[in-house]
Design a binder for this molecule. Structure first.
Ligand code: APR
Length: 260
């Protein structure tokens, strides 16, 4: 890591301790060093296979049985992605974010990732805007179930509470973000006077709207990632490094500034 990056980490630590409500938005790049490919940029899944169709949700609604067969027996890049998800463990960058939460600097994490690694690492305040592959959700009443609780002997599985159709909690293209998690994300972005962007290309909405909302409200944007993104130009501070390299150094720099 070059001296410039180390200097910018020190600067980011000054920013974080001077702000009152820091929210972190993470994307697929946060999990690259846990063995899960990103979607865009070098080695991106969509870079290789092309962006997926944007009508997955319409196809689920018209053929929920076909959707479940694809979910239970994934092929192509979904097979690769789900294999990587099953084997993934949080790297030290995830632990660093739990430290920033513990010392009271990081108030909330909004993650676009479905891998559950923030919670697995011990973060408490996490909104999974695209859901979690570990959970299922009724599309009628919104109730969530752990995936192992759902009986898939007959498809599509039905909600225990209302009889509605159950799908994976993972939000597919064209699917509305569930109201409860959408509300949390908007509220957290409203409260933020600083947003730490880690491992996101800031390309997919509505998640990509949150940093723009924070910046429009006069908040500070900090980007951590190895490559320029859609939002780099709007960021106040940019640290060109990876999540597993930068975040532990950032957590140490913040800890050294906390008199506790
Ligand atoms: N550390 C930090 N950032 C990294 C790393 C790393 N080790 N490796 C790559 N990156 C950066 C890339 O440079 C890129 O800017 O992470 C970003 C990943 O961008 P995307 O793959 O587009 O991921 P994301 O922004 O989360 O995509 C949003 O798109 O396909 C949908 O639902 C999917 O949630 C996903 C959404």
């Amino acid at each position: 890591m070059d001296a410039g990056t180390s200097d910018s980490i020190q600067h980011v630590a000054d920013v974080l301790v001077s702000c009152h409500y820091v929210v972190c938005l993470t994307g697929a790049g946060m999990s690259v060093e846990s063995g899960i490919r990103p979607f865009r940029g070098p080695n991106g899944i969509w870079t290789e296979y092309g962006e997926p169709p944007l009508d997955d949700y319409r196809r689920f609604v018209t053929d929920p049985v076909g959707y479940w067969k694809g979910l239970l027996h994934p092929v192509g890049y979904y097979r690769e992605l789900y294999a990587a998800l099953e084997g993934a463990e949080p790297h030290q960058g995830y632990v660093a974010l739990t430290e920033l939460e513990r010392v009271g600097v990081l108030k909330y994490i909004i993650t676009q990732n479905i891998d559950g690694l923030h919670r697995k690492a011990g973060s408490s305040n996490v909104a999974e805007i695209h859901g979690s592959y570990l959970m299922c959700r009724c599309v009628s009443c919104g109730e969530r179930f752990r995936r192992e609780e759902v009986d898939v002997s007959s498809l599509p599985p039905r909600c225990f509470s209302c009889g509605g159709v159950i799908k994976s909690d993972v939000v597919v293209f064209g699917e509305p973000i569930p109201e409860d998690v959408a509300r949390t994300c908007v509220d957290q972005a409203d409260l933020a006077d600083c947003m730490l962007l880690v491992g996101t290309s800031a390309y997919v909405y509505p998640a990509a709207s949150f940093p723009r909302q924070v910046s429009a409200g006069g908040g500070t944007l900090v980007e951590i990632g190895p490559h320029p993104t859609e939002i780099t130009e709007m960021c106040d501070v940019v640290v060109r490094g990876t999540a597993a390299e930068v975040l532990p150094q950032l957590a140490d720099a913040v800890a050294s500034r906390m008199d506790y």
